[in-house]
Design a protein around this ligand. Structure first.
Ligand code: FA5
Length: 344
């Protein structure tokens, strides 16, 4: 009899699973647990069984009845839920638009700058954001008493390392590992202990270029930067160099591009141009011919080779291109800001 109860249970469970609507499920309930079902008859006849069989048959039949009841209840809920959700779907309603993600304006600007430099023969080199003083300062001819090394300006870690203040560190890392010729660019995050305002942040991004070979000249530096400016800011862009000082280049310059809004005239819409503030020029970054002291630090022969290096802030270029007046917007992850730069 125990085998028969097990058979009834298995058949009942299969039938419950197979029931495709509430009516079919009710038929299954009547067939397996109704008053005239075999299981109910077994339960009703327990008193007539020999005494030693009563407990085992009683337990098995009771358990089978409970399991069938649970299965019936579970299936009933599932069928009801399915019926409800089918009824709730209105296929005539318009769909919900899915927003497509897009590239962050800073990444888009960086990608374009990197692409332009790659087409000029530069390859991408990488370096760590947590640096040592050697690569960030010493090898770049920036001695221990230089103001940039002050704790006021640089984030130092407790172990003496620091967060790189510029991407010029990568120049040194590349020159240490390979002999000339070298034509590399590096792009990445930099950190400075600045008071944050509309044009300065503690975290920003730079692109750096380095070209070392026999006979590399300042004219090539100017040509490279002009081509880059024209590619990113427009075909009429002009460049100007202003004398400057960097410990790792000699001579050193800061360079400006002609203003993208007023075309260098200094006025637009009948008044002083708001992008260049009337000067006609926009400051971009620093550059120069690699200082022989830097070549000495990496073991290059300064008698044989010359090179140029340049660096600039990516935020600065993105702000000019898109007319953004506050650098803080890039880091705030405010979707109202970033969504303006995509089509989705
Ligand atoms: C440098 O960092 C040099 N390493 C650039 C260089 C490379 C010179 C190779 C010569 C040869 P500077 O400190 O001026 O230079 O920074 C370069 C650019 O980084 C600035 O023009 C600016 O666009 C950006 N920048 C610097 N500090 C910040 C800041 N706190 N927030 C946003 N952008 C910054």
């Amino acid at each position: 009899m125990l085998n028969e109860i097990e058979d009834i249970l298995q058949q009942a469970l299969q039938a419950v699973d197979a029931a495709e609507d509430l009516k079919a499920l009710d038929e299954v309930r009547v067939r397996f647990t109704g008053r005239r079902s075999r299981l109910r008859r077994i339960l009703g006849g327990i008193g007539d069984l020999p005494g030693d069989q009563r407990p085992s048959v009683g337990q098995a039949a009771g358990k089978a009845q409970r399991r069938i009841a649970e299965a019936l209840e579970g299936r009933r809920l599932a069928l009801e839920r399915a019926a409800e959700s089918e009824a709730a779907i209105d296929f005539t309603l318009p769909g919900r638009p899915q927003r497509r993600g897009h590239t962050h304006p800073l990444s888009a600007t960086a990608d374009e700058l990197v692409d332009a430099l790659r087409q000029m023969g530069f390859t991408v080199a990488d370096g760590p954001e947590v640096e040592d003083e050697h690569h960030n300062f010493d090898a770049l001819n920036t001695p221990a008493d230089h103001p940039a090394r002050d704790e006021q300006d640089t984030f130092y870690l407790t172990d003496g390392r620091l967060l790189r203040t510029h991407t010029s560190t990568v120049q040194i890392r590349v020159m240490e590992r390979q002999p000339p010729p070298v034509r590399v660019l590096s792009v990445g995050r930099c950190y400075r202990k600045e008071s944050v305002d509309a044009t300065h942040h503690m975290v920003f991004h730079q692109i750096e270029g380095l070209y070392v070979d026999r006979g590399v000249s300042m004219a090539e530096l100017k040509g490279t930067l002009t081509a880059l400016g024209r590619r990113v800011l427009g075909g009429d862009t002009r460049i100007r160099f202003r004398p400057h000082f960097f410990p790792f280049t000699e001579p050193s310059v800061e360079y400006d591009f002609s203003c993208t809004l007023c075309g260098g005239r200094g006025n637009s819409d009948g008044g002083r141009c708001r992008v260049c503030r009337g000067t006609g020029w926009i400051e971009i970054g620093g550059a120069g011919m690699v200082d022989p002291e830097v070549f000495a630090a990496v073991g290059y022969d300064a008698e044989k080779y010359t090179g140029f290096a340049f660096g600039f802030g990516i935020e600065r270029v993105a702000m000019i291109r898109h007319g953004i007046d506050d650098i803080r917007l890039f880091l705030e992850s405010d979707l109202r800001f970033t969504r303006q730069f995509g089509s989705g």
